[in-house]
Design a protein around this ligand. Structure first.
Ligand code: MN
Length: 134
């Protein structure tokens, strides 16, 4: 058993992976045979991930605010607290906050054999983001 007290600093989401201000609190980290990675991710209004994929897929569970997500080739979908989304392994997608709302989700996945959680692509442009439902 290992207790991690609430002492890990909130990390700013790196600008290579996110547009806008995003803050990340670690929930679970892969260790000792566990591949589970989980983070509580806080998006400020209009902040979002870049396009990316996960080797073993990902579940996000919205806990606060109003959010958006999209898979490549699909429409932008609105997501709310209590909604969960599963992104298939290798499915290109993004997730983030609505234009005028904060959004927090818990993001959960299993890393691959090399410990990789995601492969990152280009940022979601303002033009792409602007097609979100009102
Ligand atoms: Mn993702």
């Amino acid at each position: 058993m290992q207790i991690t007290k609430n002492s890990i600093q909130t990390a700013a989401g790196p600008s290579e992976w996110f547009t806008g201000a995003v803050y990340i609190d670690a929930v679970a980290a892969p260790a000792a045979g566990s591949r589970l990675s989980a983070n509580s991710v806080h998006f400020t209004p209009a902040a979002r991930t870049a396009w990316h994929t996960h080797p073993n897929g990902q579940t996000i569970y919205v806990t606060e605010g109003a959010g958006l997500c999209q898979r490549r080739g699909g429409p932008i979908e609105a997501i709310r607290p209590g909604d969960r989304v599963f992104f298939e392994p290798g499915e290109e997608h993004w997730h983030g906050a609505a234009p005028d709302r904060f959004m927090t989700h818990v993001a959960m996945l299993e890393v691959d054999d090399d410990g990789n959680s995601a492969t990152w692509g280009e940022h979601v442009t303002d033009e792409e983001y602007a097609t979100a439902p009102a």
